[in-house]
Design a protein around this ligand. Structure first.
Ligand SMILES: Cc1ncc(COP(=O)(O)O)c(C=O)c1O
Length: 395
């Protein structure tokens, strides 16, 4: 070969030797070479396992998908380029061959509300919201809307309500609807929705699973019934996660259970401390014995693991006081995410629920003085000290 051809081909496309790398390589190839055209034909026909094109499958993504499928005890998974991409794919897969109608929990992440109201509804999908923590209200909404799909979060964002997934799954099944559960806040350490009858468990892996604030990604874990449909949709919609992000997510997941245990323990301490602070009007925390869903939480979550999100209302505070308080923080990060190793504070009215009208926000119970804290793995004394000085500096 001449030098120009050598530059293109030499050293590339070697078969792996007998030895297996201890961690999954980052497979950047968009396509593969085969022993013969017959073999490629069998792979396209799904008669032989193997990747054919990176939009269809990629070994780095396949490894991540197998990992999260195993954590969630599902049938299979699809790694997506964001949590919103994953929610969109789950809803599309759920609505294939079903009525184009969704009943969604009235407390969810703002972009999920926007996806339903600003994207799917204008395309002809009927959308209705219901309180999934009130099973009678949900039954009424389902009887009236006859949905093809129910969408909810295990722990709602940002007011941390917890619905009874097993009972909601029954309601969905009886109505012929699929149940999509966004399990981002709970993680599979606390809850595995497919074990309770959900059809899809979705994650923004951006959050606890990847855990270090350096990945944007999502994943849909599916039951057996919907898996092939989900993959077929993905092949034409093309929402897949890149191999480098798959690698980072797998690396993050190796410590997710350890991080989560520490974050949950820290969150308990922080929530208790906040509850006794004179400037704090109200604390929302899933470990609070007076939580409106305490019985469900005891039934659904393992002992002493309540999640690591704490929301709280600052007494008589509006946007200006909240901005001042947040600006006073020294260690806690002001950001628009959650689930990272670092403690992070977010102002829902301005951030996660910004796109929602103030009227809709008020209906959801999101006040102007509400803050959402994602508690990290730092020494809890440092987290509390930072909150103390920031709240103390308030006029
Ligand atoms: C509960 C929940 N689900 C989904 C998402 C969307 O995830 P992503 O930002 O990875 O698209 C978020 C983002 O904050 C979230 O909080």
């Amino acid at each position: 070969m001449q030098i120009h051809s050598k530059a293109v081909h030499a050293g590339d496309r070697k078969k792996l030797g007998r030895h297996i790398p201890t961690s999954t390589p980052i497979y950047t190839a968009s396509s593969y070479v085969y022993d013969s055209m017959e073999q490629l034909d069998r792979i396209f026909a799904q008669e032989e396992a193997g990747p054919c094109y990176a939009r269809y499958d990629n070994p780095s993504a396949a490894a991540l998908e197998e990992l999260v499928t195993s954590l969630e005890n599902g049938h299979g998974a699809l790694a997506c380029s964001s949590g919103m991409g994953a929610i969109h794919m789950a809803v599309l897969a759920a609505l294939t061959d079903r009525r184009k109608s969704v009943v969604a929990a009235n407390a969810t992440y703002g972009a999920t509300v926007s996806l339903l109201m600003k994207v799917l509804e204008p395309m002809g999908v009927a959308v209705r919201f219901a309180d999934v923590c009130d099973l009678d209200a949900l039954r009424t909404a389902v009887a009236e809307a006859k949905p093809g799909c129910i969408v909810m979060e295990t722990v709602s964002n940002p007011l941390l309500r917890v619905g009874q997934i097993d009972r909601i799954a029954e309601i969905a099944r009886e109505a012929g609807a699929a149940l999509v559960v966004d399990n981002t806040f709970a993680t599979p350490l606390l809850c595995r929705p497919l074990e309770m009858g959900a059809n899809f468990s979705v994650h923004s892996v951006t959050k606890y699973l990847a855990g270090h604030g350096d990945v944007l990604g999502g994943i849909v874990v599916s039951d057996r019934e919907h898996y092939e449909g989900l993959r077929a949709l993905s092949r034409v919609v093309g929402p897949v996660l890149g191999p480098f992000e798959c690698y980072l997510t797998m690396r993050g997941i190796k410590t997710f259970a350890l991080r989560m245990e520490r974050q949950c323990a820290n969150a308990c301490r922080v929530a208790n401390w906040l509850a006794s602070h004179p400037r704090v009007e109200r604390v929302y925390f899933t470990g609070d014995p007076a939580h409106p869903d305490a019985a469900t939480i005891r039934r659904v979550f393992p002992a002493n693991l309540y999640g690591a999100m704490v929301s709280f209302e600052v007494r008589d505070a509006g946007r200006d006081e909240i901005f001042r308080l947040m600006d006073n923080l020294k260690m806690i990060v002001r950001g628009t995410s959650l689930g990272d190793v670092h403690t992070m504070v977010l102002y829902p009215s301005m951030s996660s629920h910004r796109e929602i009208s103030p009227k809709h926000r008020a209906r959801m119970g999101i006040q102007d003085g509400l803050l959402r804290l994602s508690v990290g793995i730092e020494a809890v004394e440092d987290i509390i000290a930072d909150l103390q000085q920031a709240l103390g500096n308030q006029p």
